[in-house]
Design a binder for this molecule. Structure first.
Ligand SMILES: [Zn+2]
Ligand SMILES: [Zn+2]
Length: 326
C-alpha cells in the first residue's frame, strides 16, 4: 500500500493554492482510511505544557503575566501562541524594553543619509555594515519580537559575514546552540530580496527578512522543549522541514503580518519557499486548518502602503505600551 507520505514525494507544489489542495486531499484520504488519530499519543511529561502567554490587560482584574521563558522549557506551539498574542496587540502592546528597541529602529528607518545603516545594508557587499553593527541590528529586531524580562533565560544570537560568492544559491545558515551557535551566518554577496519599499532597497529588505527567518529558528532552538514521541513533539513542530515545522510557520506568519505595522515595511520571510525547498523532509503532514491559518499567500496578495504603519496612524511620540515588564 502506498503510504500517505509517499503520495506527494515526487512533486512539490508550485503555488500556495496547490499546496492547500494537496493537504485537503490528503486529509480526505486520511479520514477515509481511518488512520490512527493522534488522540492516543502520549503527552510530554516535562511540565512544559502550561500556557505561557500573558492574559488580559495589565492592571485589570484577571490579568496574568507571561510565564518566565526557560531554556528548552516550553512546547513550541505554546511559544508560537505567545508570540502571536503579543504581536496582535500592535504598537500599543510594546513593553518598555520593546519601546527602546523600537526607537532605535525608527532612528535607522528615518535616516535618509547616503551612509545610513539601511542604505549601507543595501549595497552589494554586505560588509559595508560591520559585524558589530549587524549584531546590534539583530539585537534590536530580537528585542522587538522576542522581549525578555530579568527573570527570563536570555537568547543571544551571534552573526558573521561569509564570502560564499562561489556558491550563489547559498544565502545564509543558522547554527544551533549545540553547534557553537546560536549564530546566523550570511553571505555578504548573495541575496534573495524581491522587492524594495520606500527607502528600504531590495537587497536590504532581503537581508532583514533573512535575519528574521534566522531569529525564529533561534527562538525555538532556545526555548522549545525537545520532547520526542509525544503530542506536539519537537520533531513535528520544530525540526521537520529543516527547522521550518509548524511552530516556525506560525511565528514567521505572525511576524510577516506584524512587520508593516511595526517595522514600517512588508517583509517576505519566504515561508512557502521554506516548504518547497525542504519538501522531501515532511514527516508529519499538517492539517488543512493548520495550513489555512498560516496564510501563506499573505505577502503575495496583500497590498501595502505607508498608512499600514502604526507609526503613520498613531503619530509621533505616542508612548504606547505599559511600562511593566512582559
Ligand atoms: Zn515538552
Ligand atoms: Zn529558515
Amino acid at each position: 500500500m502506498t503510504t500517505l507520505t509517499s503520495l506527494y514525494r515526487e512533486m512539490p507544489p508550485d503555488t500556495t493554492d496547490e499546496f492547500l489542495e494537496m493537504i485537503t486531499e490528503l486529509e480526505g484520504r486520511r479520514k477515509s482510511q481511518r488512520l490512527a488519530e493522534k488522540k492516543n499519543q502520549p503527552v510530554c511529561t516535562h511540565f512544559c505544557g502550561d500556557v505561557i502567554a500573558a492574559e488580559g490587560i495589565s492592571g485589570h482584574p484577571g490579568y496574568r503575566k507571561r510565564a518566565p521563558l526557560r531554556r528548552e522549557g516550553h512546547h513550541a506551539l505554546q511559544l508560537a501562541d505567545e508570540v502571536e498574542s503579543r504581536i496582535s496587540l500592535g504598537k500599543c502592546g510594546l513593553s518598555s524594553q520593546q519601546n527602546v528597541a523600537y526607537k532605535t529602529w525608527k532612528t535607522w528607518r528615518k535616516d535618509n543619509s547616503a551612509d545610513s545603516l539601511l542604505q549601507r545594508l543595501d549595497r552589494d557587499d554586505g560588509r559595508n555594515v560591520t559585524e558589530p553593527e549587524m549584531r546590534k541590528l539583530i539585537n534590536v529586531l530580537s528585542g522587538l519580537l522576542f522581549p525578555t524580562t530579568s527573570i527570563d533565560d536570555k537568547m543571544k544570537v551571534d552573526f558573521e559575514w561569509q564570502d560564499w560568492s562561489e556558491t550563489p544559491q547559498r544565502i545564509a545558515t543558522y547554527y544551533h546552540g549545540n553547534k557553537g551557535g546560536p549564530l546566523i551566518s550570511m553571505c555578504c554577496f548573495n541575496q534573495v530580496g524581491d522587492e524594495g519599499y520606500d527607502n528600504l532597497g531590495i537587497v536590504a529588505s532581503g537581508r532583514i527578512a533573512t535575519i528574521l527567518n534566522g531569529l525564529v529558528h533561534a527562538y525555538l532552538d532556545c526555548y522549545a522543549c525537545r520532547c520526542k514521541g509525544v503530542l506536539g513533539s519537537f520533531e513535528e513542530d520544530v525540526e521537520q522541514l529543516a527547522g521550518h515545522g509548524r511552530a516556525w510557520q506560525r511565528i514567521a506568519g505572525s511576524i510577516e503580518r506584524w512587520s508593516p505595522r511595526i517595522l514600517g515595511y512588508p517583509l517576505d520571510i519566504h515561508r512557502f519557499d521554506s516548504i518547497v525547498l525542504n519538501w522531501y523532509d515532511w514527516k508529519h503532514w499538517p492539517s488543512r486548518r493548520e495550513v489555512e491559518s498560516w496564510q501563506l499567500d499573505y505577502y503575495a496578495t496583500t497590498e501595502f502602503d505607508e498608512s499600514d504603519s502604526d507609526d503613520e496612524k498613531g503619530g509621533e511620540g505616542e508612548g504606547g505600551g505599559e511600562s511593566e515588564e512582559m
